[in-house]
Structure formats: structure tokens, C-alpha cells
Unconditional design. Structure first.
Ligand code: SF4
Ligand code: SF4
Length: 505
């Protein structure tokens, strides 16, 4: 029979320290200032400088992180390669000021949709944070996702936590140089591919690929590709948890969005304390000990290097790695899982069961966010799908407001900007309404006839509007332009835009 203390016998600990006193909230010990720097600042500076070596972990939440990495990256890397008809399916063509999203073409006039989308995203963030804390940070934030990818490469090349700590502590050797160089080559390839994909959302990616192979990218394309690649390499390879801890503003204001009923990664201190290593032969409850064997595995797997047993901290990105690690420890020592788990603060302090805690998730603020999001999303979808495919801007000729021409006619000059926001060509006919005897002509004085506007494009059409002089007195009169459009498939649309017609004295 194994007579060693649990924490040591299972190779789960590097700090098995024996039974600890009952758990207390972490205390900040006042210490004298050194050189004008407070102890808190000194500790923060030390934390920034010390490197975190997260240990690999397997389990439910690790699997979810892998799934989310694959899912988000399949979308990011794959989307620009999809085609829709004869063009790229998703393309934000800033030069032409048009956004192509599958069958939809958005123009600068549609910027309101972008604004509504941002508002919806903000409310989604509020909602998910109120329900389950930093879910986005732990599973979908680009910083977390790329750090996961880069750490996976690092583990494959340099080994897991202890091997990496040893390698970094060794003096430079051929082996160390080889491992470090291999790691950086793979990181740089991933970073370049990421930068290339990023610019592929703003310029057709197939043409970009050909230009890249021929080294004939434009200066801005080079700049943005290298900038994005450098940011990926720096953030995921070096900055890592420092971005989450010191740079991300979301970490700082999330505390106003979570409350006692929010599900967050929580250490059950009532169950875990007093912590400490113990022998398998003793009944730890009888010995007055809690379930935490103080193996520190939860700290070793944490990508931000914190100890969740100190309570909820703004540095916790809610990734669940410590939950997986602790569940494995609990399995090995034969205690129930869930010493660290996703639950609410109220569940611990008020001894609620998981189902009781879940019932409290649907509280007024969550219902408010849900209701508001449902209304905004419904309005957004309705407006998007009933959006006019035909748009028209009317620009008056400021040089000649209105003039008399032979034949006792009054003539006004306009320029019509006709936009086809659909991806199919439209045949447009125009007429002017609002005053008896109004006549609409092309700038040449001929009838306007039909105007072809290709899919996702616009036409500038100069026109003349003429009126018999005896049909309206001097001054400004309201008239309208009516544009009727028909596509090859027979679907039609009509647009009426108001403007003014000026009759001189
Ligand atoms: S909480 Fe779990 S993983 Fe962390 S030290 Fe205690 S037993 Fe180990
Ligand atoms: S404390 Fe746990 S959930 Fe929070 S960042 Fe560390 S490992 Fe992830």
C-alpha cells in the first residue's frame, strides 16, 4: 500500500507543504516603500518581468478550447477563399468603398448597419459576461486563440512546462539554438499567413497570392501584412498573458458586469480549505482538512499564472484550464470533482446546488439584455432583408439653378447617382413627377431611355428636367424622380426621391 502523502505520491505537487491553516481571503501586507515605489507596484513590475510557463492540460474545457480554436480559425483563414459568383464572397473593398458579403453589397450609405452590428456585439458581450463571465476571453478572443496555437507549437518543439523551464535556464548551445530557431520559424510562418489572410479581406486574395509570389505587392499591402504578422508574433509569442493582464480594457471593466449570480471559474474554498498534502491512510475530514491537496497544478496550468484559490481576479480569463487540472487531481485522490468549477459566487457563499445557481442566472439584468438584443436583432434583420437594392442620390447643378430656354420652357439640371446594391445587373427607367407637363431628358436633350447598372456598381447620369413656363409660377416647387428597376430574373423595384424644381422670376 502506498504510504506516501497524496500530493507527493501522485507527482502532483512541487510544494506539498502539509496542512495549512483555515482559508482566509488574501491579505495585502503593507510594506515600506523602496525608492519611492509601493510594494504593489514592485510586485506588478516583477510579475510583468517573470515568464509564465503554462503546463499542458487535458479535459472537457481543454477540448472546448481546441474546438473553438479550430472553429474560429477555419472561419478566419477560410472565408476569403470562398467565391460568390465571379467574385470573392467576403471582401471589404475600401478603394471602391463597397463591402461584399456573399450576395449583399453594402455601400457607405449602409454604415448604419455596421453601427447596429457594433451595438449588438456590445450587448452580446454584456449578456455573456453577466451570465458566464469572460467566456469570450477564454475561448474566442484572438489573443487567447493565437496564444493557444503558438503554445501548442512551443510544446511540440520545446516540450512541456518543465522542459521549457530547463531549456530557458540553460546556457546557449547548438541544441537550444536549434529548438528556438525551429519554434520561431513555425511562429513566423503562422504569423505571415495570418497577416496575408488579414489583407485578403480587403483586396482579392487570389490576386494578392499571385502578387506575393511575384514580390509585387503594393507598399500598403506589404505594410499591413507585415504589421499584422508582427502583431501576431509579438502578442501570441511574447506578450501573451501580459496583454490580458495589463493592456486589455475589458479585464478592467468586467467587474461592473459580473455579480454574485454570474457563473465564473470559482474555487470552492468551503470544500477545499484547510488545504495541504496528506497521507492516503488518514481520513482527511476527520483530520480537519479540506479537499485541496495543495498540489499547485491549478496554478501551473494557468495561462495567466494566477492562483484561482485567491478568489476571482481580473487577470482570470475564464479558460477553465484549472478546472480540468483540479478535476484530474480529484479523480486521482478519489474525491468528487468540482473543487474548482464554473459556478456563481452565491452558490459557494449560500451553499446552493448547481441547479439552484443556474436558476438564478435568468435575473432582471440578463432578461433586459436578452429583450433588448432580440428587438435590435429583429429590426436589424428586417431592415437588412427588406433593404432597397436601388438607391439614388440627386445632386442639383449649383451653377444653373433654373433657366428659360427657347420654346417657352424652364429647364433645371441634375446629376443622378444611381446605385445597384444587389449583385445582379438592373435595367433602370427614369421619369420626373410632381408638376403637369414635366419632361425628363438626358443631358444631350434626347430621351433618357433605359440605363444599365451592373451588380454592385453605380452610374452617374446627368439629366435635364423641362417644364412649360405657364405650368408653375416663380419660386421653388417640389418634384420627384421615379426610378423603376428590373433585373434579368424579372424582379423589380421602384424608388421615389424628392427634390426641388426652380422657376426663375
Ligand atoms: S485546487 Fe485542486 S489543483 Fe489546485 S492545488 Fe488544490 S487540489 Fe491541486
Ligand atoms: S485561473 Fe483558471 S480559468 Fe482563470 S485564467 Fe487561470 S486557468 Fe484559466
Amino acid at each position: 500500500m502506498d504510504k506516501k502523502p497524496i500530493a507527493q505520491s501522485e507527482d502532483l505537487t512541487q510544494t506539498g507543504q502539509g496542512a495549512a491553516p483555515a482559508w482566509q481571503p488574501p491579505k495585502v501586507t503593507p510594506a515600506p516603500r523602496r525608492g519611492g515605489v509601493s510594494p504593489q507596484v514592485e510586485k506588478a513590475l516583477t510579475d510583468v518581468r517573470s515568464k509564465v510557463y503554462p503546463r499542458a492540460v487535458t479535459g472537457l474545457y481543454a477540448r472546448w478550447r481546441v474546438i473553438m480554436v479550430l472553429f474560429t480559425q477555419a472561419i478566419f483563414y477560410g472565408l476569403p477563399w470562398l467565391t460568390w459568383g465571379d467574385r470573392q464572397a467576403v471582401l471589404f473593398d475600401l478603394g471602391a468603398r463597397k463591402f461584399y458579403i456573399f450576395g449583399m453589397v453594402l455601400w457607405p450609405q449602409d454604415v448604419v448597419y455596421l453601427a447596429v452590428l457594433l451595438v449588438l456585439s456590445a450587448f452580446a458581450l454584456f449578456l455573456f459576461t453577466a451570465i458566464a463571465g469572460r467566456l469570450f476571453c477564454g475561448y474566442a478572443c484572438p489573443q487567447t486563440v493565437y496564444t493557444e496555437i503558438f503554445m501548442w507549437v512551443e510544446r511540440k518543439i520545446e516540450g512541456d512546462r518543465l522542459a521549457r523551464i530547463r531549456l530557458d535556464g540553460q546556457p546557449w548551445s547548438w541544441r537550444k539554438f536549434r529548438l528556438k530557431a525551429a519554434k520561431h520559424v513555425v511562429w513566423i510562418v503562422i504569423a505571415f499567413w495570418t497577416g496575408f489572410t488579414f489583407i485578403g479581406y480587403f483586396a482579392p486574395i487570389r490576386a494578392l497570392g499571385a502578387d506575393l509570389i511575384a514580390f509585387s505587392l503594393g507598399p500598403w499591402q506589404w505594410f499591413w501584412m507585415l504589421f499584422y504578422a508582427f502583431a501576431t508574433w509579438g502578442n501570441a509569442g511574447f506578450m501573451r498573458e501580459a496583454v490580458c493582464k495589463y493592456m486589455c480594457p475589458y479585464a478592467r471593466f468586467q467587474s461592473v458586469m459580473v455579480d454574485d449570480d454570474t457563473f465564473v471559474v470559482t474555487y470552492d474554498y468551503k470544500r477545499g480549505e484547510p488545504r495541504g498534502g496528506r497521507s492516503r491512510q488518514i481520513d482527511h475530514k476527520e483530520a480537519g482538512m479540506g479537499d485541496c491537496v495543495d498540489c499547485t497544478l491549478c496554478v501551473q496550468v494557468c495561462p495567466t499564472g494566477i492562483d484561482i484559490r485567491d478568489g476571482l481576479q481580473y487577470m482570470c480569463i475564464g479558460c477553465g484550464a484549472c478546472v480540468d487540472a483540479c478535476d484530474q487531481v480529484m479523480d486521482k485522490v478519489g474525491y468528487p470533482k468540482g473543487l474548482i468549477r464554473y459556478t456563481s459566487g452565491a452558490a459557494i457563499t449560500e451553499d446552493l446546488t448547481q441547479s439552484q445557481a443556474r436558476k438564478r442566472v435568468l435575473r432582471p439584468r440578463v432578461l433586459f439584455y436578452m429583450g433588448l438584443m432580440a428587438v435590435i436583432a429583429a429590426g436589424f434583420a428586417f431592415s437588412l432583408f427588406t433593404r432597397e437594392t436601388l438607391k439614388m442620390d440627386i445632386i442639383r447643378d449649383r451653377g444653373s439653378l433654373g433657366r428659360e430656354i427657347p420654346g417657352n420652357l424652364i429647364e433645371n439640371v441634375y446629376r443622378l447617382q444611381i446605385m445597384n446594391t444587389d449583385d445582379k445587373a438592373l435595367t433602370v427607367t427614369l421619369r420626373a413627377d410632381g408638376l403637369p407637363g414635366l419632361e425628363l431628358l438626358a443631358a444631350t436633350g434626347e430621351p433618357t431611355g433605359t440605363i444599365e447598372v451592373a451588380g454592385g456598381s453605380h452610374r452617374l447620369v446627368p439629366v435635364l428636367v423641362r417644364l412649360p413656363a405657364d405650368q408653375a409660377g416663380p419660386g421653388v416647387h417640389s418634384i420627384s424622380f421615379v426610378a423603376s428597376a428590373e433585373s434579368a430574373s424579372g424582379s423589380g423595384a421602384q424608388l421615389v426621391e424628392q427634390t426641388s424644381f426652380y422657376v426663375p422670376q
